[in-house]
Design a protein around this ligand. Structure first.
Ligand code: NAD
Ligand code: UDP
Length: 313
């Protein structure tokens, strides 16, 4: 049995990861300040003696004897990370320093949840890990993008300077049950709007693209990366190779929900990337043939069923 610390464990991805780790017989410490996460996401684990919830902010040091750390704490939706940009960058940078310090002290392996946002508005398509990106350092998204880029730098520096056993994954847009209905990201917005019969808010002309990955595929990728050969640090992309415009996503959601919601076009937010799709060959090679397999419509069906239940209750 391993003792595993999951920061951001009460969030969307973190709660799925806690569940997987508990099911595999590990002891889990879930650390979260509940900024965007919720007790509801982890309530089912609270009576498990191998699960421990700690209300804590990663910008403050935290100490515990653990074998592995998954560092997920950070708001991920543009609406939430732009709410308090200084706090967002502190969370990424100071959170990384605090968790890397802990990993160094207790000799834990540590995985950083980085993001495809490190590629900014990419001029190379699809994006391989070797692409350095095209990020505006002073725009509305910079607190998140540059915070995550700096965290990657810190991970590499702790590895090179202090021999910390690090892993970096760059996550592409991931969706699924347990997303917050108020989250503001596109998949949850469209589904909630379609279920409520409200207008579907398309930002810009809807021709921008994203690759959407179902949460189960990502969690499998997390675990394979954590278990990967020592010395393989990444960064490695974890994303689905299907690429869809926001108009196509809206069509699929409306069709699956059977909704008559109308499309409402709204201004495109500043620095919104025009296209994004992972080159997943490194993950396939290094993580035993890992691929993001769940098809968009199948993943959407599961997610719609979840939101339908949440909205009814
Ligand atoms: P989320 O907002 O649901 O989860 C983030 C969690 O971190 C929440 O529970 C929140 O309360 C917690 N948190 C925020 N600031 C904190 C702080 N200072 N101290 C302690 N806890 C804090 O988002 P998510 O989609 O689950 O994302 C999890 C991680 O994965 C984030 O680091 C995010 O940047 C990364 N990521 C997610 C995606 C995606 O598509 N879901 C894509 C790229 C990267
Ligand atoms: N988007 C949209 N309507 C919404 C929310 C988002 O058209 O209600 C667009 C957004 O402009 C972006 C894409 O959907 O082009 C993905 O946005 P999201 O916030 O989910 O993630 P990110 O921009 O970080 O990839």
């Amino acid at each position: 049995m391993k003792k595993v610390l999951v920061t951001g464990g009460a969030g969307f991805l973190g709660s799925h990861l806690c569940e997987r780790l508990l099911n595999e017989g590990n002891e889990v410490i879930c650390l979260d300040n509940y900024f965007t996460g919720s007790k509801q996401n982890i309530i089912e684990f609270l009576d498990n003696p191998y699960f421990e919830m700690v209300r804590h902010d990663v910008t403050e040091p935290y100490y515990a004897e653990v074998d592995e750390i998954y560092n997920l704490a950070c708001p991920a939706s543009p609406v939430h990370y732009q709410y308090n940009p200084i706090k967002t960058i502190k969370t990424s940078v100071m959170g990384a320093i605090n968790m890397l310090g802990l990993a160094k002290r207790v000799k834990a392996r540590i995985l950083q949840a980085s993001t495809s946002e490190v590629y900014g508005d990419p001029a190379v398509h699809p994006q391989p890990e070797s692409y350095w990106g095209n990020v505006n350092p002073i725009g509305l998204r910079s607190c998140y993008d540059e915070g995550k880029r700096c965290a990657e730098t810190l991970f590499m520096d702790y590895h090179n300077q202090n021999g910390v056993d690090i892993k970096i994954v760059r996550i592409f847009n991931t969706y699924g049950p347990k997303m917050n209905p108020e989250d503001g990201r596109v998949v949850s917005n469209f589904i909630v709007q379609a279920l409520k019969g409200e207008d579907i808010t398309i930002f810009g002309d809807g021709t921008q693209t994203r690759s959407f990955q179902y949460v189960d595929d990502l969690i499998e990728g997390f675990c394979r990366m954590m278990a990967s050969e020592k010395g393989f640090t990444g960064p490695v992309n974890l994303g689905n190779s299907g690429e869809f415009t926001m108009l196509e996503l809206a069509e699929n959601v409306l069709d699956l929900v059977g909704s008559k919601s109308q499309l409402k076009f709204m201004p495109l937010p500043q620095d919104d990337p025009k296209q994004r799709k992972p080159d997943s060959s490194l993950a396939y090679e290094k993580l035993n043939g890992w691929e993001s397999k769940v098809k968009l419509r199948d993943g959407l069906e599961q997610t719609i069923a979840y939101f339908d239940k949440v909205l009814r209750s």
